[in-house]
Design a protein around this ligand. Structure first.
Ligand code: HEC
Length: 107
């Protein structure tokens, strides 16, 4: 009987761990966001500081001071060489990216 209880205890613990890891809090910074590293880093750089012949910095002005609606629009619909992400990313993923661009890591 004791082992059964222990098994149940371990199972519920594992269950709790999986449930909580399925709903992580939104990533605090842009460069920690796997969506950014997968989709954007190749042009905007792994540190989001921009790349020559790629995309501009997303951790300094004007990107960080641009209105959220404008950033959302650029990410969703593209601009010049910036590809559009509507359909590739969910609106929630785009909103998270916008929030993270607007709150760059404090140094
Ligand atoms: C193929 C290269 C490329 C990829 C991939 C890319 N971008 Fe861009 N991005 C650009 C370029 C180039 C610009 C500059 C557009 C212009 O103004 O001419 C830009 C501009 C932007 C801007 C506007 C910056 C400003 O100062 O106004 C934002 C915001 C942005 N990108 C976010 C993203 C995000 C978020 C992703 C990933 C979902 C991404 N980009 C993926 C190339 C890219």
């Amino acid at each position: 009987m004791k082992t059964l209880r222990l098994t149940i205890a371990i199972c519920s613990l594992l269950f709790a761990l999986t449930v909580s890891s399925q709903t992580p809090p939104p990533d605090p910074t842009l460069t920690d966001n796997p969506v950014f590293q997968k989709n954007c880093a190749k042009c905007h750089g792994k540190t989001a500081g921009g790349r020559h012949f790629g995309g501009p910095s997303l951790i300094s002005e004007p990107a960080t001071t641009a209105p959220a609606d404008e950033l959302r629009n650029i990410i969703a619909n593209g601009k010049h060489h910036m590809p559009k992400y509507a359909g590739k990313l969910t609106p929630e993923e785009i909103n998270t990216l916008v929030d993270q661009i607007k709150s760059p890591p404090k140094k």
